[in-house]
Design a protein around this ligand. Structure first.
Ligand SMILES: NC(=O)c1ccc[n+]([C@@H]2O[C@H](COP(=O)([O-])OP(=O)(O)OC[C@H]3O[C@@H](n4cnc5c(N)ncnc54)[C@H](OP(=O)(O)O)[C@@H]3O)[C@@H](O)[C@H]2O)c1
Length: 404
């Protein structure tokens, strides 16, 4: 049962991997958190199940047809008070609704940008899992956070770890609080030890079978190419006002240390825990308090050792491409993200090889002009331009399956 003092949450992307983990944490603390709205794009059966179980005030799905289907199933179940809507405008509405305190941003990809920004502009507590929003519009996004007094809490496990290892006053600048570097850990993905020749043969199912984390197919593929770490490097620069040179990527195959902060006096603070997204989600929901996330305590004797390696940017060039895009600045990260989304989808659809992902992103960036990212219109325009270009390049002979 909810009470008048409970926090009301909009869960964008409720049917995804982060969405399901968020529901699991909320279910453990139903007295403290009440679901106001849940959203999905296509997964109508999964959204129906969530509505039946949690009885939110509102549900949003991608199309009118699916909204009608959902409405009639809910009517049959006697849940007529759940307001069912569809489309982008409805996503913005449930992100900004005055009834809502907290918005979990867990839509995958660029589609998360506008609803997340809407939540920021309404001054909500925003739990940011969707990294693509910040990668695309970094400066504009962070300006909006401070202008509208939103509370931004990173949910990506690495950024959440860094946030936990920083003093509260870090917003005054990293060097003022004695931080010398941010150490972003990476599992290295399922192909950490594979040769370039073996990487030629990677299939979508292999790429989506992450050794430590259970995640959606897009981020799993990004983890396998290490583009995920590249996007996270960009995300870390924006979140913590760091330069790309201040962010060091450390491959740590056990995924027990979720990231670290190095200080001027030689101290390195790490946040550790089992690799389970319910931990950062619970942190974001309860901040500045702590609540039980339902995660097993870390058994250090079972872990027994922690290994660290430097990343190999020859076999995993996406990390380099992302760093270069952040250094280039302006709209380069938005173009990188757009090209990557096209490339990953093509790979998952069997139209592009695994190594072709980095090649397609690189070719798109080489043919793209960098503009100042001084408005959302410019960012969205460059996003669309990079997508079109990547789609065109994809049809060239050199990118056809078997040639990359
Ligand atoms: N999974 C993790 O462990 C993890 C960790 C850190 C960060 N993240 C980030 O969190 C975000 C979500 O990741 P995920 O793994 O949870 O993804 P996912 O399992 O693929 O779920 C994505 C969610 O977004 C919805 N969605 C997809 N396209 C949409 C669109 N065009 N408009 C509106 N909603 C749309 C999906 O609805 P349908 O089900 O209807 O398609 C689903 O609810 C990503 O940005 C990812 O990088 C994930």
């Amino acid at each position: 049962m909810s009470s008048s003092s409970s926090r009301r949450v909009t869960l964008l992307g409720a049917t995804g991997s982060i969405g399901r983990s968020t529901l699991a944490v909320i279910a453990r603390h139903s007295e403290a958190y009440e679901l106001y709205a849940v959203t999905a794009q296509r997964s109508r059966e999964a959204l129906l199940e969530i509505c039946l179980r949690f009885e939110p005030a509102r549900a949003v799905i991608g199309t009118q047809h699916d909204a009608e289907w959902l409405r009639s199933r809910l009517q049959e179940a006697g849940l007529t008070r759940i307001d069912v809507c569809h489309g982008e405008a409805a996503l913005l509405e449930v992100s900004q609704a005055p009834e809502v305190d907290t918005v979990m941003s867990a839509i995958v990809g660029a589609a998360g940008l506008l609803p997340t920004l809407a939540a920021v502009e309404a001054g909500k507590r925003v739990l940011l899992a969707n990294k693509e929003a910040l990668v695309m519009s970094g400066g504009l996004f962070m300006d909006a956070v401070s202008r509208h007094g939103a509370t931004l809490l990173p949910i990506d496990s690495e950024h959440n770890a860094i946030y936990q290892c920083l003093p509260m006053q870090h917003r005054d600048g990293l060097s003022r609080v004695g931080v010398s570097r941010l150490l972003l850990t990476a599992s290295g993905g399922p192909f950490r030890e594979w040769s370039l020749a073996a990487l030629e043969t990677v299939t979508p199912d292999q790429a989506c079978a992450h050794p430590n984390w259970s995640m959606g197919r897009k981020i799993s593929t990004d983890s396998a190419t290490m583009m995920n770490k590249g996007l996270e490097l960009i995300e870390a620069c924006w979140l913590f006002d760091a330069t790309p040179a201040q962010v060091e990527v450390v491959v740590h195959p056990q995924s027990i240390i979720h990231s670290m902060v190095g200080y001027a006096d030689g101290s390195v603070l790490a946040q550790m825990g089992n690799p389970d997204m319910r931990t950062p989600i619970a942190y974001g929901l309860a901040w500045p308090s702590r609540i039980d996330a339902g995660v097993e305590p870390l058994d250090l004797f079972a872990v027994s050792r922690l290994d660290f390696e430097s990343p190999d940017e020859v076999r995993f060039p996406c990390l380099r491409l992302a760093r270069e895009a952040m250094v280039a600045g302006g709209t380069a990260p938005a173009s990188l993200n757009a090209a990557n989304e096209v490339a990953v989808q093509a790979f998952l659809d069997g139209k592009l090889s695994f190594l072709g992902i980095a090649r397609l992103v690189q070719a798109t960036l080489e043919a793209t002009e960098v503009r100042a990212a001084d408005s959302l219109d410019v960012v969205l325009c460059e996003d669309a331009r990079a997508r079109q270009l990547a789609e065109r390049l994809l049809h060239q002979r050199s990118f056809q399956r078997g040639r990359t």
